[in-house]
Design a protein around this ligand. Sequence first.
Ligand code: NAD
Length: 523
Amino acid sequence: MESGTAPKVSEAANGAVSNGSSTETIEVLNPANGATIGSVAVDSAESVAATVARVRGNQAEWEALGVDGRYRWLGELRDWLFDNHERVLDTMQAETGKVRGDTMAETVYLTDLINFYGTKAAKFIGDETVRPHSALAASKKLMVQYRPYPVVGVISPWNFPLALALGDAIPALQAGAAVVVKPSEFTPLGLAEIVEAWKHEIGGPDVFDCVHGTGETGGALVDNVDFIQFTGSDRTGRKVMARAAETLTPVSLELGGKDPMIVLADADLDRAANAAAWGGMMNSGQICMSVERIYVEEPAYDEFVAKLTKEVGKLRQGPDSTGWDAEVGAMTSPNQTAIVKDHVDDALASGARALTGGKPVEGPGDYFEPTVLVDVDHSMKVMRDETFGPVVGVMKARDTEEALRLANDSRYGLSGSVFGEKNRAEQVARRIECGAVNVNDVLVNYLASDVPMGGWKQSGIGSRHGEGGIKKYCRPESVVITRFAGKREPTWYPYTRARRSLVGRIAQAFNARDLKRRLGLRG
Ligand code: NAD
């Protein structure tokens, strides 16, 4: 899924959040009612280069603070997030059209993530002393130090505008990199507010900034930084990777998904149906890890479908403020409703039935009805391509093997879930081809920062979270220290038969695995 239509760009107006001398601005809309709520000044390629150069100039000092010094600053940001929680959620709600309940998870996640990497960084990226595997290297002390890429660029989407922008910046900053974020042009305000707070309220070192704009600004960021962390559609991911290849800049790509859920016959069907409703409709289904496809073993199919339809059918949809008036909010990107409608119409035209929902909602704001489709198959877009809306397709599977075959029949491999008796469900889950699986739960692996979250197949390259989620922002530098030595090594000049054969005999004595060769009696 890609943002085909950019938001409205116009000449700079007073009051736009600005980074420089841009003459263009992007208007930010509230998708719940269509009202303009703010604007940001677009960064030109020159302005992106200048921002990167500025934070690059301050990075060495930031790195020199060490993990504890950097955690102290990020701890200030954590406390600011706690103290300004409602304000942060208000901005997020206004620019995304989320219901209040869907905004809460982001700050919970971010504050936990700051503590996770702050307390684990020394273990994850501290110096490693490595024991030589061979006695031949016994005279050396082997160490690895992890040095950050000086400037990391983060390019993020609109569905979780803070978790996927600040969330990927946190481990990079904790690693000692300077970070420049390009948030989605649809939802730039929340991140801009946090960068302003970092600079002016917290007074943090000048190593964290953002730039605004569409793909052009994103491309300029790719050109200028030393590592790119990209989250978005697989289509844009390919462009980012191709552009990064020009400068041999490493990338980590978190892309789209088409996550399957398997419901085994022995599942708790109430829990499975409630999980499918939440996992498919949360954030209006605009989650890379949303439950989009459900395969149910035949004996459980009818009961599961009835329970799911009932649960989805009673969800309250519409604009929400802080009143907890709805469970399902707006579609955030103006293009997304059209994509969702296209998938649903394609399925209905090919014989699928909508047991609830099935069309966009009339009236102000941008909404699509929470939808359960049955009689679907893999020839339909809704079971093949990323829908990214409040829609699930449910298929009956003859048995577990058929459910697994269908679950794995996808070009995506982000995550998935299996419901059933714990041990059996775990065995099935281990065979799903994706980066993360939840047993008897959905989406929850994202909050388990201890373990990697990344996509297989066309869902991505690399991962976030866990040890690898901070190590990827570092380059290992092996340090080999000579502990004791004479004036010259036996491998150095001069080359003589006697010295060379001594080296050969010693190496054979250590590396041969039988006594005769060790003693040099064969070969
Ligand atoms: P998108 O690919 O359209 O845009 C993502 C970001 O890339 C935006 O900031 C955009 O301005 C920027 N961009 C666009 N063209 C660019 C270019 N040529 N060079 C550099 N940057 C460019 O995605 P979206 O519509 O904002 O987000 C939805 C997609 O994100 C879905 O596919 C969803 O699955 C995916 N997503 C993935 C994860 C994950 O962790 N795997 C998480 C959330 C969303």
